[in-house]
Design a protein around this ligand. Structure first.
Ligand SMILES: O=C(NCCCCc1cc2ccncc2s1)c1cc(-c2ccc(F)cc2)cc(O)c1O
Ligand SMILES: [Mg+2]
Length: 214
């Protein structure tokens, strides 16, 4: 059978990037998705905003919901301080298989714990899996209609602390209206919108940064 979009993206990394060089993996994916075949990576424009928020937070414990092919996983892992804990959650086993290979090609496999399953099932298991953790940084990039539910779940499972930073992708396109309403009208969050564009297009999209006030 033919390859999937994710597998063709992996081939482009293996062909055009340099082993152990995360920046070359990022550039190879951006070039492929801009010039050959669009894919739902956060992309270079929103990726630069992700980079700057990460550099501000410098998290020692980070969570990503929605790994896909591992593009944002590589962007995040390459900027984490040594010894940081970074967990990324993927629901689709085919995406997870590709992501593991992309992360390994970048040489970042020792910094990333990729777990497969649904966010709603795995979030309540985080303390059991990784010790009594709280996340300093959470990147939301999974099912858009799960952002609010999973944010509430993170709160209820004691996985956020005063100052935890949530960064949500796609708050305009495909859009997460309930999530924006939740974090913007909630005294427990200080929210900032970073206007940008949908990856590799001129369509408006943006990232919402929300600091949990405890
Ligand atoms: O759906 C998107 N992303 C989620 C994929 C769902 C994968 C999941 C991971 C996981 C982990 C744990 N539990 C449950 C889940 S479900 C997505 C879609 C677009 C887009 C934009 C315009 C279009 F015309 C068409 C697509 C752009 C983006 O940047 C996206 O992130
Ligand atoms: Mg996204």
């Amino acid at each position: 059978t033919g390859s999937t979009r994710a597998e063709r993206l992996l081939k482009a990394v293996q062909k055009n990037a340099r082993r152990g060089d995360p920046q070359s993996v990022i550039s190879a994916i951006d070039h492929y998705c801009r010039h050959s075949e669009w894919a739902m990576n956060v992309g270079d424009e929103k990726g630069s905003i992700l980079d700057s928020v990460l550099s501000e937070v410098s998290p020692s414990c980070a969570l990503e919901l929605g790994t896909y092919c591992g593009y944002s996983t590589v962007r995040i892992a390459r900027l984490l301080p040594p010894g940081a804990t970074f967990v990324t959650v993927e629901f689709n086993p085919k995406y997870a298989k590709v992501a593991r290979q992309v992360i390994e090609f970048a040489g970042l496999q020792d910094k990333v714990k990729l777990i497969e399953g649904a966010s709603g099932d795995l979030i309540p298991k985080m303390k059991e899996l990784f010790g009594n953790v709280t996340f300093d940084f959470v990147f939301l990039d999974h099912w858009k209609d799960r952002y609010v539910l999973d944010t509430k779940l993170l709160e209820d499972c004691g996985l956020l602390r005063k100052g935890s930073v949530l960064l949500a992708d796609n708050v305009i396109c495909p859009g997460t209206p309930e999530y924006l309403a939740y974090v913007r009208n909630n005294p427990r969050y200080k929210s900032t919108y970073y206007k940008s564009h949908l990856e590799y297009t001129k369509v408006e999209d943006g990232l919402e940064k929300s600091v949990f006030m405890g």
